[in-house]
Design a protein around this ligand. Structure first.
Ligand code: FCB
Length: 468
C-alpha cells in the first residue's frame, strides 16, 4: 500500500478530542463539563480516573503540533471544549478559550497541517445538563449560539468544521445505558436527546453558514456494518433494529430529512416525534452539508434474544430493542472486544452514498486499542495496530476504486488518551504516552504511518533528524 494508490488530494489525518487529551480542566476560565462531573461518580470510569491531567495537551500543545507535523499528516482533527468557550454554556465567548484554539490552528497552519475542528465531542457544559441537558430543546439553540461565536472568531484560521461527533453515543450511551456522561437512564426518551442533538446540528449549520460563508461544514456519525447472525426472520429483524437505531436513525434525518418510521415504532416514540419534531426541524437538520464524517471501527453481528448476562449490566443502549444479542463470530477483535472487519467500512460508505449520492465522505475516525508494551529499549512494537490501520487504509482504496466519493481518512488517535468510561486502560494512539512523565514515543505503527505518508524510510530519517 502506497500513498500514490490513493487519489491526489485524498486527506490523511489524525484525530483527538478535547476532554481526552487537554487536562487543565480548571484553568483560564474553563467551566465544568458533564464529563468532569461523570468521571467523579464512583464506578463510572473503569480505572477511577478523570480527564485531569490526561495528556496535559493544554500545556504541551506546541510539542504535540510538532509531532503531528513530523509524522507527516495533512490534517489534524481536534475538538473545541464548549466549556472553555462558555463556562456555563451561555454568554460571550471566553477570550482565553478562543486564544488557545487560535494558537493551535495557527501552529498547525505554520507547519502545513490543515486544522479540522469538531464543535461538540461530548463535553456539554454541566450547567446546561443541570437544566435538562440534551433532553431539552433549548440545548440545540445554546449549541448554535456557541457554534456561531466560535466560527465568527476562528473562521479566519479554520475552514473545516464538524458540528457533532457521534450523536448516537451522546444520546443512547449518555441518556439510555448511562455508561457515558451524563450517565442517565431515561430509556426511550434518549431518542428525544438524539433529536435535540440533530436539531443542534441543523441550527449550528445555519449559524455557521451565516458567520462564515466559505466554511466547509459537516457532521460525524458512528456507523456500523450490521448483519444478522442467521437468515432467520427473527435475526433479520434484529439486524433491522440495530441498523435502524445505530445508522438509519441518524443518516436518514441528516441526508433525507425524515426519521425512519420503523425505528420510531421500535422506540415507542412515534407520537412524541410527530408532535415535537416538526418538518421545519427536519428541513434544518437535512440542510445541505459539504461532507459527511463517518467514524468506523467494527461490525455488529446480531441475533434475536436478550443477552444472557443482561440482568447485571447497565440498561440497554437500544431501548425498545432489548431483545437483541450481539454475537461473537470468532473473528479477531481488538482489546475493546470490537471485531476487526475492514470491508465493513466500505459497507457503511456505500450505505451513506446511497442516500446522498456524490456527497464527499470522510472517515473521521478509525483505529484500534491494544495493550502495548514498552520494551527494554523503550520501543513500542504494535504490529496488530499497524495491521489494523493498513487493512483499513486498503479498504479506503477499494472504496475509492469502486467509485465511492471517499475523500479522506483520519486515524484515531494521535496519542494514547482518556478513553471515556475506560479511563487510561485502553490505548488507541500511534504515539505512546507515559502518564507518569507525559513523555510521547512514536510507536511502530506511527512509523508505518509516516512511511505511508512520505514513502519508505521516511520514519527512520525523521527520527534520526530529531536525534540530531
Ligand atoms: C469514538 C469516539 C472517540 C474515541 C473512539 C475510540 O466513539 O468518538 O472519542 O473514544 O471511539
Amino acid at each position: 500500500m502506497r500513498r500514490s494508490d490513493l487519489p491526489a488530494g485524498f486527506v490523511l489525518g489524525t484525530a483527538t478530542a478535547a476532554y481526552q487529551i487537554e487536562g487543565a480542566t480548571q484553568e483560564d476560565g474553563r467551566g465544568a463539563s458533564i464529563w468532569d462531573a461523570f468521571a467523579r461518580v464512583p464506578g463510572a470510569i473503569a480505572d477511577g480516573t478523570t480527564g485531569e491531567p490526561a495528556d496535559d495537551h493544554y500545556h504541551r500543545m506546541p510539542e504535540d503540533v510538532a509531532l503531528i507535523a513530523d509524522l507527516g499528516f495533512d490534517a489534524y482533527r481536534f475538538s473545541i471544549a464548549w466549556p472553555r468557550i462558555q463556562a456555563d454554556g451561555t454568554g460571550p465567548a471566553n477570550p482565553a478559550g478562543i486564544d488557545f484554539y487560535r494558537r493551535l490552528a495557527e501552529s498547525l497552519l505554520e507547519r502545513g497541517v490543515t486544522p479540522w475542528a469538531t464543535l461538540y465531542h461530548w463535553d456539554l457544559p454541566q450547567a446546561l445538563e443541570e437544566r435538562g441537558g440534551w433532553l431539552e430543546r433549548d440545548a440545540a439553540s445554546r449549541f448554535a449560539d456557541y457554534a456561531a461565536q466560535v466560527t465568527d472568531q476562528l473562521g479566519d484560521v479554520i475552514t473545516d468544521w464538524i458540528t457533532l461527533n457521534e450523536p448516537w453515543c451522546s444520546s443512547f450511551l449518555g441518556y439510555a445505558s448511562g455508561v457515558h456522561a451524563p450517565g442517565r437512564n431515561t430509556g426511550a426518551r434518549s431518542a428525544q436527546a438524539a433529536h435535540h442533538l440533530l436539531l443542534g446540528h441543523g441550527l449550528g449549520l445555519e449559524a455557521i453558514r451565516a458567520t462564515q460563508p466559505e466554511a466547509r461544514v459537516g457532521t460525524t456519525l458512528n456507523l456500523y456494518s450490521v448483519r444478522p447472525a442467521s437468515d432467520s426472520e427473527a435475526d433479520r429483524d434484529a439486524a433491522r433494529r440495530i441498523d435502524g437505531l445505530s445508522n438509519r436513525f441518524f443518516l436518514d434525518p441528516v441526508l433525507r430529512g425524515t426519521y425512519p418510521e420503523d425505528v420510531l415504532d421500535d422506540l415507542g416514540q412515534a407520537s412524541w416525534f410527530a408532535e415535537h419534531a416538526p418538518s421545519d426541524d427536519l428541513r434544518r437538520i437535512s440542510a445541505p452539508i459539504d461532507f459527511l464524517g463517518i467514524n468506523y471501527y467494527s461490525r455488529h453481528t446480531v441475533a434475536a434474544g436478550a443477552e444472557s448476562d443482561a440482568v447485571d449490566g447497565p440498561p440497554s443502549a437500544y431501548p425498545g430493542s432489548e431483545d437483541v444479542r450481539f454475537v461473537r463470530t470468532g473473528a479477531p477483535v481488538t482489546e475493546m472486544g470490537w471485531e476487526i472487519h475492514p470491508d465493513g467500512m466500505v459497507d457503511v460508505l456505500r450505505q451513506a452514498n446511497e442516500l446522498a449520492p456524490g456527497l464527499p465522505l470522510y472517515i473521521t475516525e478509525n483505529g484500534a486499542a491494544y495493550a502495548d508494551q514498552v520494551d527494554a529499549a523503550g520501543e513500542i512494537a504494535d504490529p496488530e495496530r499497524t495491521a489494523y490501520l493498513q487493512t483499513h487504509v486498503e479498504a479506503c482504496r477499494s472504496a475509492v476504486d469502486s467509485g465511492l466519493p471517499l475523500a479522506g481518512y483520519f486515524i484515531w488517535s494521535l496519542m494514547d488518551n482518556f478513553e471515556w468510561a475506560w479511563g487510561y486502560s485502553r490505548r488507541f494512539g500511534i504515539v505512546h504516552v507515559d502518564y507518569e512523565t507525559q513523555r510521547r514515543t512514536v510507536k511502530h505503527s506511527g512509523r508505518w504511518v509516516t512511511d505511508l505518508l512520505r514513502g519508505e524510510g521516511a520514519a527512520e530519517a525523521a527520527a534520526q533528524l530529531r536525534e540530531g
